[in-house]
Write a protein that binds this ligand. Sequence first.
Ligand SMILES: Cc1cc2nc3c(=O)[nH]c(=O)nc-3n(C[C@H](O)[C@H](O)[C@H](O)COP(=O)(O)OP(=O)(O)OC[C@H]3O[C@@H](n4cnc5c(N)ncnc54)[C@H](O)[C@@H]3O)c2cc1C
Length: 453
Amino acid sequence: MTAILWLRRDLRRRDLPALGAAHEAGPVVPVFVLDPSLWEGAGPARRAWLAATLEATRDAWDGHLVLRAGDPREVIPALVRETGASAVHVSRETTPAGRRRDAAVARALDGDGVAWAETGTPYAVGPGVVRNGEGNPFQVFTPFSRAWREHGWPAPAAEPAGLRLASAPGDDAAWEEVRAAAGAEGVPALPGAGEEAALARWEWFREEALEDYGELRDRPDLDAVSRLSPYLKLGVLHPRTLLADLTGRDGKGRARFEAELAWREFYADVLFHNPDSLWQDLKPGLGGLAYDEPDTDAVAAWQAGETGYPIVDAGMRQLLAEGWMHNRVRMITASFLTKDLHVWWPVGARYFLAHLIDGDVASNNHGWQWVAGTGTDAAPYFRVFNPVTQGLRFDPEGDYVRRWIPELRHLRGAAAHEPWKDARGYDSGYPERIVDHAAERTEALERYQRARR
Ligand SMILES: Cc1cc2nc3c(=O)[nH]c(=O)nc-3n(C[C@H](O)[C@H](O)[C@H](O)COP(=O)(O)OP(=O)(O)OC[C@H]3O[C@@H](n4cnc5c(N)ncnc54)[C@H](O)[C@@H]3O)c2cc1C
């Protein structure tokens, strides 16, 4: 009997356990559903990235990938009826919206007597699995990561021998929409899409940058991090593949890289156990904090990279230009919005999600909560990032800032971080600072004290 393999956050062919499970039933029809509720809310960069990845996935599946547009609760049962499939196979979804959607699809299929099978997740260890000695979820990263490592993960899944792929009529209009989105005007320069490009980047990183990753991962001016997040987001690569490749290597770089993958798993676990933390403070302690309105010129300046603080503006411009931002700069820009502009973190989290090609609700929203001081393992609220000293420390020659801000290119070295100290600092039209960081830091701390009282 035919089996449907519904791909979502697993747009790959290698190391895909759900494929092995589907193959046991008979010929496999791989399908992707372009869900308007997700597609229409995505910004142009996110759409273009998904579109380019879908085109690469179709090639990887020898043209068999079926694309249909619509609500999966209707599209999947309809495809099952068309193909006479006996089962629908997926990688288990773990986000609140994904779980709700899957439960509804599974219920609809159950009514028709069709099996629903979940095999694997987008994580090395499925969210919800790692528990402490009492069987409870972890609240803090370090013990989670220790238990996660001890739990371990299976070896990468091989492609099943004798795999037979089947197909079904695709939706030409949906492919047309995908083609248009991939080539749309004004879309940022994106990385190469698909498994081959992802593996090539991984190989480069592993051989050329991993060793120094521990020392250099905070430097946005250097090509020192993997930039694999957009591939991990869509499941073009599975973290298990990366972890298996690291076996037998030692060194600080490897340990640090594994720890970063563990953060991704930790945040997915936290969200799994606390679905409300998606858009609400995880820790209620700062519930009384006073926030400013989000629809202000200051927030618009933050979004456009026009705050007058070079490292903040460079990051926000990188986000618009590439759909990606360096981790250190995500922390600095998030701190600026929450502590200098006193805006509640979901405002920034939504903006990031609209633009990031790696936009992932668990890592993004919990990354924001970490900075805002409301999340698990959060930085204490009173630790406010100073955008000037952060810039000087992590972009010591000013190269990152000059790369993204043409108006500062006439300043040499670290001077690009403090145009106000140079007589020619504003000669090329760079904006003045929209707020005084020292004053806003004091204001943030006063609000914090009032909220605690
Ligand atoms: C405010 C804020 C928002 C963020 N939004 C996202 C997001 O939407 N999607 C996303 O994937 N990451 C997000 N992160 C985490 C981190 O910034 C990115 O994962 C990282 O910058 C991606 O670049 P990279 O692949 O080169 O990372 P590397 O440094 O090479 O790390 C390897 C992988 O480890 C994981 N990782 C690394 N750091 C973190 C972290 N702090 N939290 C969770 N996972 C991590 C990612 O999967 C990453 O691809 C956010 C962090 C902050 C502070």
